[in-house]
Write a protein of this length. Structure first.
Length: 249
């Protein structure tokens, strides 16, 4: 009888412990969801506020107004002095300022006002030159479930935007237009993304990436020109989506 009573008490204890563990998991999950929703709401608000203040559409393209938009970097720098540029891709939600600090962790969890945000910001690799003069300039951003930040790189990777795509980079003194040449998935080892190349190294690098590219893109720019690489996570977070584009000159 004592053994049975002990076993009943043991079962009762484990049931209570299981309920407590499940309750803790539920509370933690609820807190995470609330913070995620708050970050997304704040991101949408910031996007609207900032874009209204600093971005205007260019109705006609000309030598004086190259690109689809104009960016007021004076106002933008007053909001955040870490800004080095702006990235815009037609037919996507990619329309954001680009920041840079001396490490690649800061803007993973910071918004334009430098407040904590799980959505993060778009940022330039800390080892890349801010004038995009490197052989290969690297830009990072999160792949958010609400299709913000660099989520639309998945559309480029999947071929949803077609075979001819331009990426517009606005710097404080100039506008650079790039044509997409490759898009592929890669394991999260960013050492494979080279920044500067030895003789013939760029051609070898691009050819290797073209073999991996899911889409065969059409482009007119010379492959000898400088390139940019955009990097984000895939939908699982296990791999990286990598998009490479070459500068039109």
């Amino acid at each position: 009888m004592k053994g049975k009573h002990f076993k009943k008490n043991e079962i009762h204890f484990f049931r209570k412990a299981l309920i407590l563990i499940l309750a803790i998991i539920f509370i933690i999950s609820l807190v995470v969801i609330i913070f995620w929703l708050k970050s997304n709401i704040q991101l949408s608000k910031i996007e609207k506020e900032v874009i209204e203040q600093v971005v205007t559409e260019n109705n006609e393209e000309s030598e004086e107004k190259k690109g689809s938009i104009s960016v007021d970097f004076q106002k933008l720098s007053e909001i955040n002095s870490d800004v080095i540029g702006w990235i815009y891709i037609k037919n996507t939600d990619i329309n954001y300022p680009i920041f840079q600090t001396d490490d690649n962790e800061y803007y993973l969890k910071r918004d334009i006002y430098k407040n904590y945000s799980s959505c993060g910001s778009i940022f330039l690799d800390c080892n890349s030159n801010i004038d995009f003069s490197d052989d290969n300039t690297i830009i990072y951003g999160h792949n958010l479930k609400n299709q913000k930040m660099f989520a639309d790189l998945a559309k480029i990777y999947n071929g949803e935007l077609g075979e001819s795509i331009e990426i517009e980079i606005y710097l404080k003194t100039q506008v650079k237009i790039y044509e997409v040449i490759t898009s592929y998935e890669e394991e999260p080892n960013l050492e494979i993304i080279e920044r500067n190349f030895k003789e013939n190294g760029k051609e070898e690098y691009i050819n290797k990436n073209m073999e991996k590219s899911k889409v065969k893109f059409k482009y007119t720019a010379s492959l000898t020109n400088n390139i940019i690489t955009l990097v984000t996570c895939d939908s699982t977070g296990k791999n990286r989506i990598v998009v490479t584009a070459v500068e039109k000159i």
